[in-house]
Write a protein that binds this ligand. Sequence first.
Ligand code: SF4
Length: 195
Amino acid sequence: IVEEFFSFQAEGRNSGMAAYFIRLFGCNVECGFCDEKKTWKEKDKVKKEKVKDIIEKIKEVKAKNLVITGGEPTLYNLIPLTNELKKNNINSFLETSGVNTILGDFTFITLSPKKKLLPKEENIKKANELKVVIENEDDFLFAESFLDKINKDCFLYLQPEWNKREKTTQIVISYIKKHPCWRLSLQMNKYINEK
Ligand code: SF4
């Protein structure tokens, strides 16, 4: 674990829900626009933690949801963690680019595919939501390329890339007006200066 904290889910379908977060170390995608580079660059921040201690921390703050993010959390076998979460009635929300085999039984999977390394087909089908970061107009085509591969209940989100947000927010809004199957996902935490 590189970082853990209690906050709220700020993106996508579960936006606004209080949640405990763990950020796991490492990512085998390494995107240029990554806003959590520390999760794959700063190994000195890593600490090992037992599953039972994570559960205790979640219970201490009375959180009902755990967001498991990174980095790329599927670099790890998350079966022991998700099993314990289930036993304790805590929801597990996975955030992944889908490039590795997903090991764990999750309540909700957010698939955020990246052009640099495409997700495994089997993971596209497992996604409860597809969330595509939009940096430029070409990314809409990339987002659309998943529509015939997702499951029929999958929620569809487009998220403006934060560093170019003045431009990207506008192009995403215009696109959604013309293609209403998509919804806007904003990184709310950044607008209100929360973690
Ligand atoms: Fe960062 Fe996610 Fe890209 Fe990994 S896949 S480099 S965590 S944005």
